[in-house]
Design a protein around this ligand. Structure first.
Ligand code: LLP
Length: 412
């Protein structure tokens, strides 16, 4: 929970809604992952998935913690480079990559995971990457919601594993001699065994590909997907046990297939920033209709996860005690009936202007926000040991309007 004093100070300085990230928690999450994996396999490299949270200060903290990045667009590549990540620490994993995407990837990323054989043909026309790595769909996948399950027969990502050998053979025939392999099968998983089983599956796929090619892979990337609890009932992912199980299978398969010591790569997003952030909102209106509604100044334009996946974010009312409560739906101001954060939740009796804080909003919060209904994107603040170290205000209406009409001046 965000410190009340900092929150009070922020509310005097910044207009709601805004996200607040805690630098100490981000650093702790980085260390937990690093320590767990390097204990069981020292050649592990961690690439933070920039799509989870791309706040400049957050990227700086992650860089200083010694992690690399995984990018999914030219914009993410550019900001990673601007943050100071070395080319060798920047990875690119896209899907249905355009020639423009691939051109950016070749320029800024030291490592590229290609989504398909057709991506290989497109990149080859530009230049052959130093290492050829394909994203494989191992035929299995699991995620917190259907929309975030990224492996298995209904997933749009990667090469079906049955076709993977052909892709690598094509790359080999085109002159590629250095290889990696990649998968990302789902997000927000909380069971250690899931990671071990999918790793095992990918290693077997890798085993048959690389032994038939007569080469060894330089890296094996098992993706991200390390989950966090969003409710009081969910058990946090045991990261130490996850690392132990994954590395056990990884090492056993490395010796079985005579891979030597390839780099084990992981791409966590949510695990690093999810529980380090909150969204601070203000009550703008209350209504007694067929149901009770409490409207706040954030909505699906600010935090889309509830509307998109039916995700739940715990709410807190730091300045109102839980005496006398009301069951209410909490909603935003967007003109869609899916703009509901939660139905029928007991909250203290709130007045207009009261604060509601949404927990665990540090991943896929701000990065998925939009200007829908012409609403400004939220502010972002980073605190470190009680101090504000980064402050970006909510988007300004005048700027939005100016940008909207910028094009008019260039009319043919
Ligand atoms: N690597 C790749 C290639 C990915 O596509 C993703 C996430 C990650 C790594 C990081 O996954 P994580 O460790 O954060 O699970 N918007 C959804 C999550 C979508 C995840 C998409 N890919 C949400 O709000 O839950």
């Amino acid at each position: 929970m965000i410190d009340k004093k900092i929150l009070q100070a922020l509310l005097k300085k910044v207009e709601t809604p805004f996200y607040v990230y805690d630098a100490q928690i981000i650093r702790e999450n980085c260390s937990k992952l690093k320590n767990a994996f390097s204990k069981y396999y020292p050649d592990t490299e961690i690439h933070y998935a920039v799509k989870a949270n791309n706040c400049p200060e957050v990227l700086r903290i992650i860089k200083n913690a010694g992690l690399g990045v995984d990018c999914s667009s030219p914009f993410e590549l550019l900001i990673s480079q601007k943050t100071g990540f070395k080319r060798s620490a920047i990875m690119y994993t896209g899907n249905y990559e355009s020639p423009e995407d691939l051109d950016f990837a070749l320029k800024y990323a030291g490592l590229i995971n290609l989504d398909d054989i057709s991506s290989f043909y497109r990149i080859k026309d530009l230049s052959l990457p130093e290492i050829v790595s394909f994203r494989i769909n191992p035929g299995i996948g699991k995620g917190g919601f259907e929309g975030i399950t990224t492996g298995g027969v209904d997933a749009k990502f990667g090469i079906p594993y049955e076709k993977a050998l052909e892709a690598y053979k094509t790359a080999f025939r085109s002159g590629a001699r250095r290889f990696g392999i990649h998968m990302m099968t789902g997000s927000n998983n909380l069971e250690p065994l899931y990671f071990a089983e999918t790793t095992d599956k990918l290693m077997h796929i890798a085993g048959s590909i690389f032994s038939s090619l007569g080469v060894t892979p330089e890296y094996i990337d098992i993706g991200g997907g390390f989950g966090i609890p969003y409710t009081d009932d969910e058990v946090p992912l045991d990261i130490e046990r996850t690392a132990e199980l994954v590395c056990e299978r990884f090492k056993a398969n490395c010796s079985k297939f005579k891979f030597g010591n390839p780099v084990l790569r992981i791409e966590p997003g949510r695990y690093i920033t999810g529980n380090a952030g909150v969204l601070v909102t203000k009550v703008t209106g209350k209504k007694e209709s067929y149901r009770n509604y409490t409207g706040v100044d954030a909505g699906m334009n600010t935090l889309i996860r509830p509307a998109l996946y039916n995700a739940f974010h715990r709410m807190e009312t730091p300045f109102k005690k839980r005496t006398g409560h009301l069951k209410t739906d909490v909603c935003g101001r967007i003109c869609e009936n899916s703009d509901i954060f939660c139905r029928n939740i007991p909250l203290p009796l709130l007045d207009e202007g009261d604060i509601i804080v949404f927990r665990d909003s540090g991943a896929y919060g701000s990065t998925m926000s939009s200007n829908y209904n012409g609403r400004p994107r939220p502010g972002e603040i980073v605190t470190d040991s009680g101090k504000i170290i980064y402050l970006k205000e909510r988007e300004r209406l005048e700027k939005m309007v100016a940008l909207h009409y910028e094009q008019d001046e260039q009319k043919p």
